[in-house]
Design a binder for this molecule. Sequence first.
Ligand code: ADP
Length: 259
Amino acid sequence: PGITDVRIAMTAERSAAPVIVAVGSGKGGVGKSTLAVNLAVALKRLGKRVGMVDADIYGPSLPRLLASEGQRPEAEGKRLIPVPNAQGIPMLSMGHLAKPGQAIAWRGPMAGNALGQLIDADWRGTELLIVDLPPGTGDVQLTMIQRYKPAGAVIVSTPQDLALIDAARAISFFDQAKVPVIGMVENMAGYVCPHCGEVSDPFGSGGAEAEAAAMGLAFLGRVPLDIALRRASDEGQPPAAGDDPVGAPFRAIAERVAH
Ligand code: ADP
């Protein structure tokens, strides 16, 4: 092929922006990032070419969850090049741009621009971009979904009433922005005692499924509160990647999302 053909091919490849799936929650600490990472590795396992953006710019946790802390993305021209990791999921996070432990305190527009840099990066070869949104329904989230129009959103909630009220708010936020909600995930539902095996429900159970049904949304699955999951996550080993039974709920959720 002539040089012009190559250039045209490269331009076409560049402009083929990946499909964005946003992972959101009404409030923090419900396991949104944990779900986002495990969903990404489970979708990769299903043969999708997946990338990730940590849009939680005030509290980035993806570098730890995907064991890529301390890496710096390179740039080509003005575009960032995603950082690799052992899971084979190219990713970008504010955590890669800020110094470790440094507080990120920006106002809305600056935060929006920083996020834009992560999403407008050189995602060549990636077909599906999982974006871990900041918790809640503020300006940064709104700018992101208006500008980048995710193909869909997954909402994470715990079974608790309070968390569910916030989740309902997140759902109506995506509705208003005309982003289809793919479905809801209930996290931290049911705790299996590591000593006696008794199952208890510290935050109740079934709330998110009932809420999803009431709102006419798909229920994507339930993830139990599991110490092994927390441990693996902290070590940067998302359990959904292999055949670890701890990752089974995430693999089932990924199958539903992929359809
Ligand atoms: P968010 O992104 O909503 O703030 P994270 O995914 O960072 O929440 O999760 C908050 C903490 O809870 C993390 O330490 C994570 O490992 C832990 N966690 C999340 N889901 C579970 C679960 N199902 N079982 C045990 N620990 C969990």
